[in-house]
Design a binder for this molecule. Structure first.
Ligand SMILES: Cc1cc2nc3c(=O)[nH]c(=O)nc-3n(C[C@H](O)[C@H](O)[C@H](O)COP(=O)(O)O)c2cc1C
Length: 398
């Protein structure tokens, strides 16, 4: 039974998921995901969060292997999203005397999702719960990621149970600690998780991170991904940078193309950027690469070049999907350039312009509209566009 001791009394009882293909029905889980849950085995036993219900048996066996015949006294529900909460009913069935510890905003969801109206202890910001040697405090972090989201802090061992904050895609497969893993192998999946799941609620996330900065934290135990015991500062710093929309030096070129004309322009732009000294250039065909990977790199890098052909007076539909999600995330700190392609009267320029006006960031250079295959004049315009983006990056580096 793979349980992991985090401190003398705190253990990991999470599970890994390699069978769900799309997280939230949207985001591919190519590397799986972990649903982390934790037990505090004190005079009173508290379990922090449930897991997705398909793995409840394992979760319950893990709890039992730690507490033996003792009952679970409390189940702390930090977040009601079903990837954590759908195992609540099974835990309640196994431990009928358990008290659910949740905040006011979780109550309608407990009732609506699982028909639970009794056996609930309501907590508010700053409230505490004594377990014996351990004392838990609760900190509301609304909209990170739902209205009822909160985190729990163990005052004795200085462990933060941080819910979705500091989470990532990629299953840990029971090797849960940062110091047991190559942390860098998680970074892309941390970015992808952040861009897809937290990006839309970036501002509440930044607020929550500020608030949690007041706690002395030795170990961070998120609901997904690694447990940070050796270097919690690493994930704290990375999350703070992501939440503040700090970008790195590099350019994402995302394009759609039916017959290769826009693709050719995109490849020329990549070449010009490289010639201009831009070291990181990521080229994505939006019809070939899942949106989540593109969003992750867009969140990470400062430069963004978007290109697509006209499609019945509108924008190539796959690019319209990218813009929809990007507009929600907002481009806060980006240098944005646009290029289009057409055969008769165009159509992609207007939706791109509307997006640029709404999404934020700085729209650099002139939109380059190419008719079919780029000719010498188009090449010069594309070169100028690449230079406009490269210049912003150079200024940043200076
Ligand atoms: C289904 C379809 C719809 C199109 N709609 C338009 C249009 O509304 N306006 C236009 O100027 N060109 C239109 N085109 C032409 C393409 O935009 C043009 O051929 C462009 O060069 C294609 O770029 P690509 O090679 O990157 O796919 C359309 C082409 C297709 C196949």
């Amino acid at each position: 039974m793979n349980t992991q001791k985090i401190t003398q009394d705190i253990s990991w009882v999470g599970v890994d998921d390699h069978q769900t293909e799309l997280f939230e029905g949207l985001w591919p889980l190519d590397n799986g995901i972990s649903y982390n849950a934790y037990v505090i085995n004190d005079e009173k036993v508290a379990v922090i969060d449930a897991v997705k219900d398909f793995e409840c048996e394992t979760y319950l066996e893990k709890i039992k292997s730690i507490i033996g015949d003792k009952p679970v006294d409390y189940l702390v529900v930090n977040h009601m999203e079903p990837d954590h909460s759908s195992g609540i009913s099974e835990l309640r069935a196994a431990y009928p005397g358990v008290t659910i510890v949740a905040n006011q905003k979780a109550l309608p969801m407990l009732k609506n999702f699982y028909g639970i109206e009794e056996g609930i202890q309501i907590v508010a910001d700053g409230d505490t719960l004594e377990l014996g040697a351990h004392c838990l405090s609760f900190h509301m972090t609304p909209m990170v990621h739902w209205p009822e989201s909160m985190v729990t802090y163990d005052q004795k061992d200085k462990v933060l149970f941080s819910m979705d904050v500091f989470g990532s895609f990629k299953a840990t497969d029971g090797v849960i600690f940062d110091d047991e893993n190559i942390v860098e192998s998680f970074v892309d999946e941390i970015y992808r998780y952040f861009a897809c799941i937290i990006g839309k609620v970036r501002l509440p996330a930044a607020k929550a991170l500020k608030k949690l900065g007041g706690l002395e934290i030795k170990t961070i135990c998120p609901s997904h991904g690694l447990v940070w015991r050796e270097n919690p500062g690493y994930i704290l710093d990375l999350y703070t940078r992501m939440a503040n929309a700090e970008t790195e030096n590099g350019v994402v070129i995302a394009y759609g193309s039916m017959y290769g004309n826009t693709k050719h322009s995109a490849e020329l732009l990549a070449e010009y950027l490289k010639d201009d000294g831009v070291e990181i250039v990521k080229l994505y065909d939006v019809a070939q690469t899942d949106l989540s990977y593109i969003l992750a790199d867009i969140w990470r890098y400062k430069g963004l070049l978007l290109g697509a052909p006209a499609y019945y007076g509108q924008l190539f539909p796959k690019m319209a999907g990218v813009l929809y999600k990007l507009a929600g995330n907002k481009l806060l700190n980006h240098a944005l350039g646009i290029f289009t392609d057409y055969s008769w009267s165009g159509g992609a320029e207007k939706p791109f312009a509307a997006f640029a006006a709404e999404a934020g960031g700085v729209h650099v250079g002139q939109t380059v509209s190419v008719q079919g295959w780029a000719d010498a004049e188009d090449e010069a315009a594309l070169k100028e566009l690449a230079q406009s983006v490269a210049n912003v990056l150079k200024l940043e580096r200076a």
